[in-house]
Design a protein around this ligand. Structure first.
Ligand code: ADP
Length: 549
């Protein structure tokens, strides 16, 4: 017997309609560079999204067709999130920090017909356009007098098109399983792979991130959205903030520690989200601000951190500088992205500060609607004892079930998606990511976590950045090498670093050697990029390797 409840489709357009009706005067603040700040409301954003819908239909874009963006976090990008997806077309947000060849690959592979781009990226657009023959139009997200001087097919001005576009539009109703947007994995191994989100997965993901034990987004929040909107739908914040009617601050392209600090202060933000690299820049700037002043300036109640493991040093400094819980979350492009969020349980009430930091080092617990498990190589489930490490798999309402036009064996018959991460789970279900499977160091049949070693090295005050890679060792099969960058004007020896790390990890985990470098390579999403490091140190021989003698 079926229930007698209405069955309505979960559509992204409903989110902005809700915000416009129920939070019409809630503000959206958009930083456009060179001190220019644009302010409007959710109801104005809804009207403009309808203009976008009319505009792209006038360009001939139909339901299911892909429309790409190369854009920073601005109100125009937000309008595209709703205006494009609301018509049934698919928004493909492309990361402008990728190599030109990867961008060309994504634009071609996604079959995008139009690209909307920020003017600061005009040179990149001119470079990729000749290699993307299917793109009919490039639309610059600017006013008529800011048009870039480039020659590309169908070059047009967004604001001029918007001026001629009506804001009368009725969002179409369609199947909630229809594709809404597409993001590509950053392709650090092989070609980028397209993840095709649906209206249903996007709305459910947004709903879950508003929950109290998730990001707890509410109408009382002012959110500084630092995570780029080209990276996994800006962690769903553009959707969850409309659902909750939160105030949104969009930082544009400028993410220096000083700019982030001033936006948090001037807009009195209550929440912000970003990757550890951004948090490090913020902390560096904040260090120079008087302690009392810092507490007065920053009223944030939660900083959300994901994309890579937050080192303990960052967690401790957020507490010391701002009195704020740095909340780690885990997810990936394939998982929309949020799967786990680290919030405490009643039993954590009386933790000492040190114990609390230990808890905060974990990636959190699975949100309802998702399941996580760890498995051994033979596919057996492993115990949740906080010690045993295995392959992390995930399934749920907002987890991909395939890549767009790309065969892959990451899924099994029970829908489990193999994330490529190694992890442990404790009895309360808190996840600890120990490594990317390909980064794990196998020493004499035991596994060493490169993330734990990096975190230990980073807790030394003279270490700015640290990467640990496993390299061949004639006796142990593999041993860890630490490659570290010293902080400006500070000195430290390899032995001092190793000695310091002994307080945090087992003795046999300590890197056999420490090499100092001026800088470390990063991916387009700001993560440590270990592939070139492995290549660079391919023929490195450890001082502990007898074959070395
Ligand atoms: P890519 O695979 O290109 O790096 P994603 O941006 O989707 O793309 O990154 C997902 C990966 O980032 C995860 O598989 C995991 O390795 C890492 N990651 C994300 N959040 C965390 C976290 N809180 N702690 C440790 N690693 C994390």
């Amino acid at each position: 017997m079926n229930g007698l409840m209405q069955q309505r489709q979960l559509l992204i357009s409903d989110l902005i309609e809700h915000a416009a009706s129920n939070h019409s005067d809630q503000e959206i603040v958009s930083h456009l560079g060179e001190g220019q700040v644009h302010r409007y409301t959710w109801s104005a954003a809804c009207r403009r999204s309808k203009q976008v819908a009319n505009l792209i239909q006038a360009l001939g874009v139909t339901a299911g067709q892909r429309v790409a963006t190369l854009a920073w976090n601005t109100h125009r990008h937000l309008e595209l999130y709703y205006g494009v997806c609301g018509t049934g077309a698919v928004l493909t947000t492309v990361n402008p920090r990728l190599f030109a060849e990867q961008i060309i690959y994504i634009l071609n592979h996604s079959g995008s017909t139009h690209v909307l781009f920020d003017v600061s990226l005009a040179r990149l657009v001119a470079q990729v356009a000749p290699h993307c023959p299917h793109i009919q139009g490039f639309i610059a997200l600017c006013e008529a007098d800011q048009m870039p001087d480039i020659v590309v097919p169908g070059l047009a001005c967004y604001e001029s098109l918007m001026a001629g576009s009506s804001d009368v539009y009725t969002w179409p109703q369609f199947d909630e399983n229809s594709a809404s947007s597409m993001c590509y994995t950053s392709g650090t191994t092989g070609k980028p792979k397209g993840v095709l989100y649906s209206h249903r997965s996007t709305v459910l993901h947004a709903m879950s991130s508003c929950m109290a034990d998730s990001f707890a987004i509410s109408a009382r929040d002012s959110i500084l959205l630092i995570v780029p909107m080209f990276h996994v739908n800006g962690w769903g914040i553009p959707h969850s903030s409309a659902m909750a009617g939160a105030r949104v601050i969009l930082p544009g392209a400028q993410l220096s520690g000083e700019h982030v600090y001033s936006m948090l202060r001037d807009e009195q933000c209550t929440v912000s989200c970003g990757v550890p690299t951004v948090w490090m820049s913020l902390l560096e700037y904040a260090e120079g601000v008087d302690a009392e002043q810092r507490r007065r300036d920053i009223v944030v109640t939660r900083f959300l951190s994901g994309g890579s493991a937050a080192p303990r040093r960052i967690i401790e400094k957020f507490e010391a500088y701002f009195g704020v819980w740095l909340c780690q979350a885990w997810g990936m492009t394939e998982t929309s992205p949020v799967v786990t969020v680290n919030t405490p349980l009643p039993r954590h009430h009386d933790l000492t500060l040190e114990e609390r930091f230990d808890l905060q080092m974990l990636a959190g617990r699975a949100l309802p609607g998702t399941e996580i498990e760890i498995f051994d190589d033979a596919g057996n489930r492993l115990p949740h004892d906080g010690q045993t490490t295995g392959q992390l798999k995930v399934r749920g309402h907002w987890i991909a079930r395939a890549y767009y036009q790309h065969e892959d064996d990451a899924w099994d018959a029970d829908d489990w998606f193999a994330t490529g991460d190694m992890a442990s789970l404790n009895a309360d279900g808190y996840l600890k990511i120990t490594d990317r499977a390909k980064d794990v160091i196998k020493s004499g049949g035991e596994w060493i976590s490169s993330l734990d070693l990096e975190s230990a090295a980073l807790s030394h005050p003279a270490i700015e950045e640290a990467a640990v890679i496993g390299l061949r060792h004639s006796h142990w099969q593999e041993r860890p090498l630490l490659i570290a960058v010293k902080r400006k004007e500070m000195d430290v020896t390899a032995d001092e670093v190793r000695e310091h790390m002994r307080h945090y990890v087992a003795r046999w985990w300590l890197p056999d050697d420490v090499v100092f470098a001026d800088s470390l390579p990063h991916t387009a999403t700001g993560k440590l990029y270990k592939v070139p490091l492995r290549k660079q140190f391919e023929s490195f021989r450890f001082s502990t390797d007898v074959e070395n003698a």
